[in-house]
Design a protein around this ligand. Structure first.
Ligand SMILES: C[S@@+](CC[C@H](N)C(=O)[O-])C[C@H]1O[C@@H](n2cnc3c(N)ncnc32)[C@H](O)[C@@H]1O
Length: 322
């Protein structure tokens, strides 16, 4: 099987499994509800990483297969599934376009697969090849769900009181509007950080920012019985959670490596700089202001836990019926 992708997760897989938030239960329930109960034989989670979503799907399906090209991610995935005593998951090291071969290997018939999910990974794939495989392999009625997180943002908590807020965000009716000057300044800092980090993402970051809308025409042409829907969920994450979560990103790790190569001893960790700048703006003194990034790991970074400032992730899910 063609596993050509470089293993970007050699070092971060344990961090990844610990610090990436699980997918919200509302989303998992919605995904599961796309498939009627009697058809829940097999689900395939492609680009499964450490198996976060794979594990969440497992209680709802007879069997779940997690597929990933990274051996390191799968090592953690297997360990976590064992620790959770989940018996109905099989993980396979393979490329996203190897599903046909994997199904043959496990004697899975196309009619047994009613759900294919891709969490935060579709933008890595050879998308044309992947979509042709989906159309060519699965039966009409199979659901494909593509999930992603564009860059997080800062929001006045008041927005969360607006009942229609997430629906408006889903329809892209409003662009995220930080309400106060402070929120605007912090949002700008995050934006600047993501623009720089996005250069090291290894894919065109605007694809994720478009919530995969850039593919829509192509999908409409490919799926003869095309039907699609979208869901958006806003997930508040503390500054500490944001710090941990960002560390799991392969783009962030490449950004650090590039900065180290460029600046040698004068290297500073841009995530640390961002956290420090946000702390300054919100007037929190955790005595990390004056230290350098190299000292950062030595201070009790957990002190960030007490900071009640939230950053919001907008998780989108794009559902298609083959
Ligand atoms: C950001 S992680 C997402 C992991 C997991 N789905 C989640 O939601 O936490 C992206 C994953 O896609 C995998 N990946 C990237 N390109 C792939 C490909 N062509 N075939 C299979 N897996 C791939 C990477 O190894 C990585 O584990």
């Amino acid at each position: 099987m063609a596993v050509t992708k470089m293993d970007d997760y050699k070092t971060e897989s344990n961090l990844y499994d610990q610090f990436r938030p699980s997918y919200p239960p509302e989303l998992v329930n919605k995904i599961v509800s796309l498939v009627s109960e009697e058809k829940r034989h097999w689900a395939i989670d492609v680009g499964c990483g450490t198996g976060l979503l794979t594990r969440q799907l497992a209680p709802h399906f007879g069997h779940v297969m997690g597929v990933d090209s990274s051996g390191k991610q799968l090592e953690v995935a297997n360990k976590s599934a064992q620790q959770s005593a989940i018996k109905n998951i099989v993980f396979e090291k393979a490329g996203a376009t190897d599903l046909g071969q994997l199904m043959t290997k496990h004697s899975i018939k196309p009619q047994q697969v009613s759900l294919v999910t891709v969490g935060e990974a579709f933008h890595w794939f050879d998308t044309d090849h992947f979509m042709n495989q989906i159309v060519g392999t699965f039966l009409k009625g199979t659901s494909l769900v593509l999930i992603g997180y564009p860059r997080p943002f800062v929001l006045s908590p008041k927005c969360m009181d607006d009942k229609d807020f997430t629906q408006k965000l889903c329809n892209q009716e409003i662009i995220t509007q930080p309400v106060t000057q402070l929120h605007g300044q912090i949002d700008d800092l995050i934006d600047r950080f993501y623009r720089k980090m996005g250069l090291y993402a290894g894919f065109d970051w605007s694809i994720l920012e478009s919530e995969y809308r850039c593919y829509e025409k192509d999908f409409e042409a490919k799926f003869s019985h095309f039907s699609s829907q979208r869901m958006v969920q806003i997930i508040p994450v503390s500054l500490y959670g944001f710090y941990l979560n960002t560390q799991t990103s392969s783009a962030y790790n490449r950004y650090c490596i590039a900065e180290k190569e460029k600046r040698g001893d004068t290297f500073s960790d841009k995530l640390f700089d961002l956290i420090r700048d946000i702390m300054k703006l919100i007037g929190q003194d955790l005595s990390v202001h004056s230290i350098t990034s190299r000292q950062f790991e030595k201070v009790d970074v957990k002190k960030l836990e007490s900071v009640s400032f939230y950053i919001y992730y907008k998780l989108f899910a794009y559902y298609l019926t083959v």
